[in-house]
Design a protein around this ligand. Structure first.
Ligand SMILES: NC(=O)c1ccc[n+]([C@@H]2O[C@H](COP(=O)([O-])OP(=O)(O)OC[C@H]3O[C@@H](n4cnc5c(N)ncnc54)[C@H](OP(=O)(O)O)[C@@H]3O)[C@@H](O)[C@H]2O)c1
Length: 297
């Protein structure tokens, strides 16, 4: 059997695709699921792909559940996994003014605190073996912040900070720590996020939420996360993996534009994109003409 790899949140989207993809590459994959029902989806998908994936139940937001799961994983792997892919996550949308403390804490708990907690659980065995990998699934949002996903961006920016520190701290023990920064892919994350939009009635940002709702609804039509799986595979297989893998054309272009543009200009463009600002009349006229020409074709 190949090296053992735990994939958290292996029941949907990137985690599910990664669990199956790594099993196809010969890894001994243990996926985490929050319920027996969702674990069933993982097992079925693995069977359909002709591979075997084991699972443990784990809610990464719950410390007791996580300790229990990783104790079970230590038994299943004879001392602890060779690698962990910290993938479990969600996106809390909403203007900073509208998101409650409770919702903000939940976002940070799952996307930022949980990967650090899991690192604490697996590192002693990795250090002892002087071998191991921790792959943290961040996002281009860890580099480029858009309005109305401020807490999601905060969780991913935080994850980047924790990952950078961890990488340096554990390098001398033979443990490699890698960040994956995907652009947008067609997974259920944004449709699920729609359920978490703050109450729109009376919100000063209602119009932008209506626009955001349309965009989030269309997000599942984006391409499947195959390039993210490929990046994780590289991060696990390379003798000397890169520190960061930025994945997707949109992620590369957004990061480049963010680095080049003055903040005032990029703020303007981001605000216009979500209906917070009107483009100047000349630009609006050009855009209107282009739209008319495209629709009349
Ligand atoms: N899709 C994108 O465009 C994109 C882009 C950049 C980064 N990412 C990152 O990629 C990761 C996966 O996202 P996705 O798009 O694949 O989303 P997804 O399809 O919604 O899948 C999220 C996975 O995380 C699990 N999860 C959520 N909260 C959890 C908790 N408290 N404990 C355990 N598992 C939990 C979910 O389990 P349940 O099924 O039980 O809810 C599910 O398996 C996230 O970290 C996300 O930030 C995604």
């Amino acid at each position: 059997m190949g090296k053992s790899v735990v994939v958290t949140g292996a029941t949907s989207g990137i985690g599910l695709a990664t669990a199956i993809g790594l099993a196809e590459s010969g890894y001994d994959v243990i996926g985490t699921a929050r319920t027996a029902e969702s674990a069933g989806l993982l097992v079925e998908a693995a069977e359909a792909a002709g591979v075997k994936v084991r699972y443990v139940l784990c809610d990464v937001a719950d410390a007791t559940s996580t300790v229990r799961a990783f104790t079970e994983i230590a038994t299943m792997t004879g001392g602890g996994p060779w690698a962990v892919v910290n993938n479990a996550g969600f996106a809390q949308p909403g203007a900073i003014e509208d998101v409650s403390d409770e919702a903000a804490r939940a976002q940070l708990e799952v996307n930022l605190i949980a990967p650090a907690r899991i690192a604490r659980l697996v590192l002693p065995a990795m250090r002892q073996r002087r071998d191991g990998r921790i792959i943290n699934i961040s996002s281009v949002s860890g580099r480029v912040t858009l309005p109305f996903v401020g807490w999601y961006a905060a969780s991913k920016r935080g994850l980047e900070g924790v990952t950078d520190a961890l990488r340096i701290e554990v390098a001398k023990f033979g443990v490699r720590v890698v960040l994956i920064q995907p652009g947008s892919y067609g997974t259920p994350i944004w449709q699920r996020g729609l359920q978490l939009l703050p109450d729109r009635t009376g919100s000063a940002y209602k119009q932008s939420y209506d626009l955001a709702g349309e965009v989030m609804n269309r997000a599942s039509e984006l391409s499947p996360p195959t390039p993210v799986v490929k990046a994780v595979r590289k991060a696990l297989a390379a003798p000397r993996p890169k520190d960061r893998y930025l994945v997707g054309f949109d992620a590369h272009s957004a990061a480049a534009v963010e680095a080049l543009l003055p903040t005032r200009v990029s703020d303007y463009a981001k605000g216009a994109a979500v209906g917070l600002r009107q483009p100047p009349p000349v630009l609006a006229a050009i855009l209107a003409r282009l739209t008319r020409r495209r629709t009349s074709r």
